[in-house]
Design a protein around this ligand. Structure first.
Ligand SMILES: Nc1ncnc2c1ncn2[C@@H]1O[C@H](COP(=O)(O)OP(=O)(O)OP(=O)(O)O)[C@@H](O)[C@H]1O
Ligand SMILES: [Mg+2]
Length: 442
């Protein structure tokens, strides 16, 4: 649902269009003169402005000029009575979004609105991202991370493809966003695609988009991620997981900077910065013939290798302090530090899940510890991922295992007793009893 301002001085046309857009679920304000449209624009933000070209008191171009002068961000669509190349060019050159010819084809209009809705939702994600980046909360102290951040700033403005390698949870996505943030493309979109979460067909229609009727269920044309990311950055996450078929198509996009939508033959040109990431050994995949070597070289013009946290232990203290403050604030607690023993424990551990695991450990410590100033060593609870580290008698091992099971379930369910109990298929009463038994004081 979006807000639309409709300017059309011909009454029947105006009412028709307004009721059509209303029927699509949008909020429409319709006005019949340039003066009234300006007045509305001063009062309210509209996602879309649709304006007729010829008006009693001016033209649609005047309205666009007014919007630009005021620095208002909106998707402007001009409706022209006859095909005027000059007017259309004017619109596109002056920040306008698109134009439509009269009589307005309602299906065309609907498609344009759908595309705008998609753009708006990605813009929303990006706005959040930008806010995120404003306090660029990337925390590090080690030399190796300092070098990486320096490097990222340096390469941000080149268009060369970047491959980010690192174990799970080391901050690959974080770095990809940073690359975008420091680049001149940062007023455009950062569009992330997780290549491992979709099967071959879905991934291709997600990346390339599709034409109406391309397959069952393709009721209308849809833009793909490549098109949406035009002039911005596309982030291909888990690149090691894409099929050989899709690899061929991806290679073509990288080489020729153009592609076709699924089921279409129109060539679409894009200007993209490609950043990809993997936690797999791509060279090994190449040897196993699961990954194309030519694609690897295309993606990997510049490599950023993020070392695992256990190889840069200098970062642990600063990261722990950062997350302690973050989660204390979120949970209305007033922790401001760690006991010496607690910090020793944090420093000793080797973090197979890297920064994400440290983050979880601190969050858990904040939530489960008594509301004091200091996190004590028994507040630092590290889950054992397999049976190897368990020790003691049978009963002790079973207890340790049960405690880990409960902790893991609590973490997965945001520390909600209700959700965790459902997840474990036990009653809330039993869960409470066990939480008490294992001294998880909350
Ligand atoms: N240096 C850092 N400072 C602050 N937060 C960090 C840092 N490194 C990673 N994180 C945080 O750790 C979490 C995991 O990072 P991210 O998702 O970027 O990792 P990833 O390498 O993409 O992991 P995966 O391979 O599992 O997708 C995120 O919440 C991220 O914000
Ligand atoms: Mg990731």
């Amino acid at each position: 649902m979006i807000d639309i301002l409709l300017l059309e001085d011909e009454r029947i046309q105006r009412k028709n269009l307004a009721s059509f857009l209303n029927g699509l679920g949008h909020i429409v304000k319709d006005v019949d003169s340039l003066a009234k449209a300006k007045e509305m624009i001063d009062k309210k933000n509209f996602d879309v402005v649709i304006s007729d070209m010829k008006l009693n008191d001016g033209t649609g171009k005047d309205l666009l000029d007014y919007i630009n002068k005021k620095g208002i961000k909106t998707f402007f669509i001009l409706v022209t009575a006859y095909s005027s190349v000059e007017d259309s060019v004017y619109i596109l050159k002056n920040n306008g979004y698109d134009y439509l010819q009269k009589p307005v084809n309602l299906e065309d209009l609907q498609l344009k609105i759908i595309n705008i809705e998609k753009l708006l939702s990605v813009q929303e994600d990006n706005r959040i991202l930008r806010e995120d980046n404003e306090n660029l909360d990337f925390v590090y102290k080690s030399e190796v991370m300092k070098n990486i951040v320096e490097n990222v700033k340096q390469i941000a403005n080149s268009n060369a493809s970047v491959l980010i390698m690192g174990e799970s949870g080391t901050g690959k996505e974080h770095i990809a966003k940073m690359l975008h943030h420091y680049s001149e493309r940062n007023d455009r979109l950062f569009v992330a695609v997780n290549c491992s979460s979709l099967n071959e067909n879905l991934l291709e229609s997600e990346l390339f988009g599709y034409e109406k009727g391309a397959f069952t269920g393709a009721f209308e044309r849809r833009k793909g991620r490549f098109e949406i990311a035009d002039k911005g950055t596309i982030f291909l996450d888990e690149i090691g997981d894409i099929s050989l078929n899709t690899q061929v198509k991806l290679l073509r996009v990288l080489q020729e900077k153009e592609f076709e939508r699924v089921g279409g033959n129109e060539k679409i040109k894009v200007n993209l910065r490609v950043v990809s990431a993997t936690n797999q050994d791509l060279l090994k995949l190449i040897e196993e013939k699961k990954f194309r070597e030519d694609l690897y070289f295309r993606l990997n013009v510049i490599t950023v290798k993020i070392p695992p946290l256990r190889e840069r232990k200098e970062d642990i203290e600063k990261l722990s302090q950062f997350y302690l403050e973050k989660y204390s604030k979120e949970n209305n607690k007033r922790f401001n530090g760690f006991s010496k023993k607690a910090m020793e424990k944090l420093l000793k551990y080797d973090y197979p899940g890297n920064v994400r695991e440290l983050q979880n450990i601190i969050q858990r410590a904040v939530i489960l510890s008594k509301n004091d100033n200091i996190i004590e060593s028994d507040g630092i609870i590290i889950e054992k991922k397999d049976g190897k580290d368990y020790s003691g008698s049978f009963d002790e091992i079973v207890s340790q295992f049960e405690k880990d099971l409960i902790l893991n379930a609590l973490t997965k369910n945001n520390y909600s007793i209700k959700q965790t109990a459902t997840f474990l298929k036990i009653t809330e009463r039993v869960l409470r009893y066990k939480i008490k038994k294992y001294n998880l004081n909350f």
